[in-house]
Ligand binder design. Structure first.
Ligand SMILES: Nc1nc2c(c(=O)[nH]1)N[C@H]1C(S)=C(S)[C@@H](COP(=O)(O)OP(=O)(O)OC[C@H]3O[C@@H](n4cnc5c(=O)[nH]c(N)nc54)[C@H](O)[C@@H]3O)O[C@H]1N2
Ligand SMILES: Nc1nc2c(c(=O)[nH]1)N[C@H]1C(S)=C(S)[C@@H](COP(=O)(O)OP(=O)(O)OC[C@H]3O[C@@H](n4cnc5c(=O)[nH]c(N)nc54)[C@H](O)[C@@H]3O)O[C@H]1N2
Ligand code: SF4
Ligand SMILES: [Mo]
Length: 662
């Protein structure tokens, strides 16, 4: 029997592999034996015929790919990198890569290629939470654990559909409810999560700042914030109090679309709850004011002092299996490594550690900026930006300006593959080993369960080959993932609060390690939390007569993003279809649409085809299409949050047209 962990979502469920069978690991702390359909299907995905098995290349994207050798392809990439000015090199990574993969890529690019142009798809996912945590708490640190829901009285889920996106955590929420936990869901849609909640607040898309500000207003006006905690541990209270004297309460409530009665019902529950956790995901992060939405939420925990004690705190639910590990390593272009930035002291420490003089003090380009920067070389690993970045027609145009696009993928058939020149075959989950950090700081280990397919390599090895071809053999002579993890552990000592060095690589598979358990205070220089006054500035795309609907996008339970691993003939049995468009009965009637009708949905930027799904569970003038429709981002707006540069995927103005059957 081998113990491993699931490589899909941020819950990080323990798995047990037994003679070709994969089941939940009963002894594992995060899931206690439970798994969802994605977890159990991990094995099937290794064996599919759609695996990418050989390196291949082509000169132009009009030609077909031709199989080549590793040596030939790596040399070609190395030659292009050597020739390019360093600001014209970009690496686009993924919260699905293992910590060791991330570490090598980050070390190579930031340490030795002299550019910080390493970004990750976490930009589209967690960037707003990262920025807000840093501003309010002093570091990108999640101060509460999933198991805290059992010690809590109230769980507020804002813009999160745990029933479909964090399935096993959702099961635990249901269990905690039986033990007395109350659950409030704040979501424009009546999701499966809302169905299981005690109270669903169907707010208007984009109005979360108003909602959380209404809480703050009541806390201040009714003087039920924690005065001692605020006095001792929190900055900017007077400023916030003054600003809140003048906030337009009626207008704010109106913008949320909630009635006074609905808000009062919530307030009753809120006020009477001793211990509160607020959890959130993409409904908040993916927004033109994603950071501000986060800050408005964090304010409520700073004011009530409901943080750093059991059963309390702001819990950002991480989407991908190792988005946290990636953030810890430093995979975002706006940080250097191990949560350190680009200040002189940090650069000195990191340069000394990596024994290099090449580190640049300029933040690198982020996901969308890379495409706009006329790069000479773009290396993409474990993610599909042509599928997932907003305003896809623009993405397709821009990526075609890059003379060398390299895709490292374990599967065929990504959307990015259509625009790449070199494809390198990675060893997927089950054919490699390495560590990942789940949403609540638990470092776990994926184990190798089967032999690595002949021509495939773990992602870290690909980056190491490239580093060696570029002449950095000395800094990149790792023999295995353990050596990399241990170097990374040594590096985390550069950052005082990271106690990752205490983890034992060899035993992580059976005994996961939770870092930061002793941190019960703010990580700002004065150890005080920072309140911020934020307002809803209505920066998202507006509807017009021509484009009268707001499009929301999101997940369905059994599909993983673009579906290279889950939309396989052998895993076709889906509990939900992959392509549907939820709309309110009133809207369907106005448009003359019936259940199952084919429609074209169009924005200013592009269009897609979908199928009508009529439901009262969505607000009027709002529609929802899941991201399992691979064309989703032809529609989406590329407005970004100004600080986190995360896209506003949940607020695009669209129109709907019936497709008349011939
Ligand atoms: N099955 C499955 N699970 C997954 C994934 C997957 O692809 N498939 N992906 C993983 C990843 S990477 C991520 S990031 C997570 C995402 O996890 P979630 O964010 O929980 O998943 P989404 O379906 O994107 O849900 C976002 C919810 O926000 C709501 N929403 C939209 N706009 C607003 C708004 O303005 N305010 C509020 N309050 N709510 C709003 C939507 O209606 C939707 O229900 O899921 C992870 N888990
Ligand atoms: N409209 C809209 N767009 C969105 C979102 C949304 O909610 N709405 N969500 C955003 C978010 S939160 C996220 S996280 C992104 C996700 O977007 P992507 O990261 O593009 O989605 P995936 O389909 O998970 O892509 C992972 C890729 O890695 C490949 N792969 C699998 N295993 C391995 C391996 O071991 N090694 C390598 N090298 N490759 C492997 C898979 O085949 C696949 O092509 O989408 C973003 N885009
Ligand atoms: S809940 Fe997440 S980690 Fe657990 S089995 Fe499902 S996809 Fe895997
Ligand atoms: Mo994500």
């Amino acid at each position: 029997m081998i113990r491993s962990v699931c490589g899909y979502c941020g819950v990080g469920c323990g798995l047990e592999y037994n003679e070709n069978e994969l089941i939940g690991d009963i002894t594992y702390p995060t899931n206690k034996g439970k798994v969802c359909s994605k977890g159990v299907s991990e094995l099937i995905s290794i064996q599919t015929s759609t695996r990418l098995l050989r390196p291949q290349m082509r000169d132009t994207i009009q030609e077909g790919y031709k199989v080549c050798s590793w040596e030939e392809s790596i040399n070609k990439i190395a030659a292009a990198i050597k020739k390019a000015p360093k600001e014209k090199i970009g690496f686009y990574l993924s919260g699905q890569m293992l910590t060791e993969d991330y570490y090598i890529a980050n070390k190579l690019v930031k340490g030795f290629l002299g550019t910080n142009n390493v970004d990750t798809n976490s930009r589209t996912c967690m960037a707003s939470a990262v920025v807000a945590y840093k501003k309010a708490l002093g570091a990108d640190f999640v101060p509460v654990r999933m198991e805290d829901i059992f010690k809590s009285d109230l769980l507020i889920l804002a813009g999160a559909n745990t029933a479909e996106a964090h399935v096993v955590f959702h099961n635990q929420i249901k269990k905690a409810k039986k033990e007395g936990l109350k659950v409030v869901v704040v979501d424009p849609r009546s999701t499966e999560t809302a169905y299981d909640a005690d109270l669903h607040l169907p707010i208007r898309a984009g109005s979360d700042i108003d909602f959380f500000n209404l809480i703050t207003k009541r806390l201040i006006d009714e003087a039920c914030y924690d005065k001692t905690f605020v006095a001792q541990h929190v900055n900017n209270f007077e400023l916030l109090q003054n600003k809140f004297k003048r906030v337009p309460v009626t207008k704010m409530l109106k913008r949320t679309g909630l009635s006074q009665k609905q808000f009062d019902a919530f307030w009753e529950l809120y006020q009477n709850s001793e211990n509160i956790i607020t959890a959130w995901t993409m409904g908040l992060n993916q927004s033109s004011q994603g950071v501000d939405k986060n800050l408005a939420l964090l304010n409520t925990h700073l004011l009530t002092g409901k943080i750093f004690k059991p059963g309390n705190g702001p819990l950002s639910l991480t989407g991908q299996p190792n988005a946290m590990g990636g953030r810890e390593v430093g995979g975002l272009s706006t940080m250097l490594a191990v949560h350190l930035g680009f200040d002189e002291e940090s650069i000195r420490k990191v340069s000394h550690f990596w024994k290099t003089k090449n580190i640049s003090n300029q933040a690198g380009l982020t996901a969308t900026q890379m495409l706009e920067a006329n790069l000479d070389v773009l290396v993409i690993c474990h993610t599909d930006p042509v599928y997932h970045l907003p305003n896809r027609n623009k993405v397709e145009t821009l990526i075609q300006n890059i003379p060398l696009v390299v895709e490292i993928n374990a599967y065929e058939g990504s959307e990015t593959a259509k625009f790449a020149h070199i494809q390198l075959p990675a060893a997927p989950w089950g054919e490699k080993e390495g560590t990942q950090t789940n949403m609540d700081r638990t470092i776990t280990k994926q184990e190798k369960l089967t032999r690595t397919s002949i021509d495939c390599k773990p992602d870290w090895e690909v980056f190491q080959l490239l580093a060696q071809a570029l002449g950095h053999e000395k800094a990149f002579g790792f023999k295995n993932t353990k050596e990399i993890f241990e170097e990374y552990q040594a590096m985390t000592k550069l950052n005082g609060y990271m106690d990752i060095a205490k983890a034992e690589y060899d035993t992580l598979g059976v005994a996961p390690f939770v870092w930061g358990e002793k941190i019960k205070h703010f990580l700002t220089p004065d150890q005080k939390g920072n309140l911020f006054f934020v307002e809803n500035k209505l920066l998202s795309e507006r509807t017009t007569l021509e484009y009268p609907f707001i499009l929301l996008t999101g997940r369905t339970r059994d599909q993983w993003h673009s579906g290279t691993k889950t939309n396989l003939p052998s895993t076709l049995l889906k509990y939900k279809a992959l392509n549907f468009c939820e709309m309110h009965p009133t809207d369907a009637k106005t448009l003359g649409l019936k259940q199952g009708d084919s429609i074209t949905v169009r924005s200013k930027r592009g269009e897609l085809v979908s199928t009508v799904e009529i439901t009262k569970g969505i607000k009027e003038k709002t529609i929802f299409i899941p991201i399992s429709n691979r064309d989703i981002n032809y529609l989406t707006s590329d407005i970004l949050d100004r600080e986190s540069l995360q896209p506003d995927y949940n607020h695009s103005a669209v129109m709907i047209e019936k497709i008349e059957q011939a």
